[in-house]
Design a protein around this ligand. Sequence first.
Ligand SMILES: [Zn+2]
Length: 263
Amino acid sequence: MRLPGLIRKPRPPRLDAEQLRRDPAGLGGLGRGAAAPPVSIRVDRRARRLAIRVDPRTRAVKLTVPTHARPETVLGFVRAHTGWVAARLEALGTAVPFAEGSVLPILGEPVTIETAPGIGIVRDGDRLRVGGDPAFLARRVGDWLKREARRTLSDRTAAMAARLGTRATAVSVRDTVSRWGSCSAGGRISYSWRLILAPDWVADYVVAHEVAHLVELNHSPRFWRLVGDLVGDIDPARRWLKRHGPALHRYGGDGTPPLADLS
Ligand SMILES: [Zn+2]
């Protein structure tokens, strides 16, 4: 409980996020007419050094700052990393809302969202025909993608696990930022639903990776041999995820504020 009226210790001067965002020699220079990216600062007493990252979902710049870092040090650090931030933002590409006319790369194949009469949602070749109230189109497309992801990834998991003479206890999909898949000691596999927006062979690599963990819960040479047995050369898929994976977060506005609200 906080008691009003008590004398508070004077606080050391703190750099605020808005000041960093507007710094013309740093992030403020990125806007060029448009708004600079939102900035958040987390002061972490266990952090030993400054860290900066770009959240692929919100495009916000996130700073982790050790407790005793001086404001000038933080300012200098952000200025030194502004070029890096610009490159990350560019790699994320422009946002693609779930809206009429948007094109989604479903397992690598372009599919255009269309409104349609009726209440169903159906994929018809390169069209995704969405019925119902247009006000709920975005949510319905998101739900459909997650269902498709779960179905496709479950099927592929079952097929690959069978090849290794095993099976997963459960398969689920989530909206994770830093991991494309995970496998628990109990054999539960979870995937990012956004893999449905990656090329087919990339999704297959992630499935093979998690399925191989059903047998080897480690990253030993034996584990990598199993992954290779399932999908062949894994390097192109790993490279693809590193380079293009973060941009999969530009689709839809799932669970986070729409990009427009953050500018
Ligand atoms: Zn792994």
